[in-house]
Design a protein around this ligand. Structure first.
Ligand SMILES: C[S@@+](CC[C@H](N)C(=O)[O-])C[C@H]1O[C@@H](n2cnc3c(N)ncnc32)[C@H](O)[C@@H]1O
Length: 267
């Protein structure tokens, strides 16, 4: 196979793919794609979510036999893909509805030297079938994606995870919880004047738009209890649901619904 990431944007995605209600959200992610890694991941997301994901992968490494098939559901620019490969995935299928995120992801995978182990596909998780057989996947990763959906959309998405993950396989993820507030560092930064600043000009507006969608009822992050029910209803036993360590606001550390992370094992 060519040493390239394969970016499939197939006709099916164009004709049936994205839900018209998702177009607003997709536009937000398309707009932030060029600054996603440097702004969001490096300045905000890394601290809250990245360490939690590494912890989850360290936990899973001895449990999942090496060579498992991994679906990165909401892969964005693919910043987590090297981690899944490092911890034993033979191949990663990266799905995302943002064409801009996928374009950057595809370039990165081609430059990485392991692109032949990655397949990228434009995909709406809230209404398309994940293009793999039932019970064929060892791990679905769903990092900070399901919090941008409504409860009904999450139900569809997790029913698909339940279909594709094999018995004994896992789903992991994390996301903003219903009690999420803008971190102090982002708020402070918004008040300052001056030159382009990644926190003020990228992370702040992105989180601001997301909070607007939450207030308008267009998306609704799940609480830890809702995540428990959702995992169980989708055929997973809950391994744990908690708040990742490393939260930047000390007062948020004990709130399980500030940021939620979870791990489920397929029954
Ligand atoms: C905060 S990013 C998370 C990306 C990545 N998982 C990470 O950990 O950095 C959220 C991503 O989810 C994608 N996304 C949101 N809703 C989606 C949907 N319904 N179907 C597919 N992708 C979606 C967005 O396009 C965006 O790239």
């Amino acid at each position: 196979m060519a040493n390239n990431a394969i970016f499939l944007s197939c006709m099916q995605s164009v004709q049936f793919g994205i839900d018209p209600n998702m177009i607003k959200t997709r536009n937000i992610w398309n707009r932030f794609a060029p600054n996603y890694e440097e702004g969001f991941v490096a300045r905000f997301y890394g601290q809250l979510f990245r360490n939690a994901l590494i912890e989850q992968m360290v936990y899973l490494e001895p449990v999942l036999a090496r060579g498992f098939y991994c679906v990165d559901a909401g892969t964005a620019v693919g910043n987590n893909i090297p981690l899944f490969l490092k911890y034993g995935a033979s191949c990663v299928l990266g799905l995302d509805m943002s064409t801009e995120m996928l374009a950057i992801n595809s370039k990165k995978m081609q430059a990485s030297g392991f692109g032949h182990r990655v397949i990228l596909k434009e995909h709406d998780l809230t209404r398309e079938k994940i293009p793999v057989n039932d019970g064929s996947v060892g791990l679905v990763a769903n990092q900070i994606v399901s919090c941008y959906l409504t409860a009904i959309q999450r139900n569809y998405c997790f029913a698909e995870f339940g279909r594709v993950v094999r018995k004994g396989g896992f789903v992991l993820g994390s996301g903003l919880g219903p009690n999420f507030r803008l971190p102090a560092a982002v708020q402070d930064n918004q008040k300052r004047e001056g030159h382009m600043d990644l926190l003020r000009d990228v992370v702040g507006p992105l989180l601001g738009e997301i909070q607007y969608l939450i207030k308008a009822g267009e998306i609704s992050p799940a609480s830890s209890e809702e995540m428990r029910q959702l995992l169980e209803a989708s055929g997973f036993e809950v391994v744990y649901i908690d708040t990742p360590p490393g939260l930047e606001n000390p007062e948020d550390r004990d709130d399980p619904d500030y940021v939620v992370r979870w791990l489920g094992r397929k029954l």
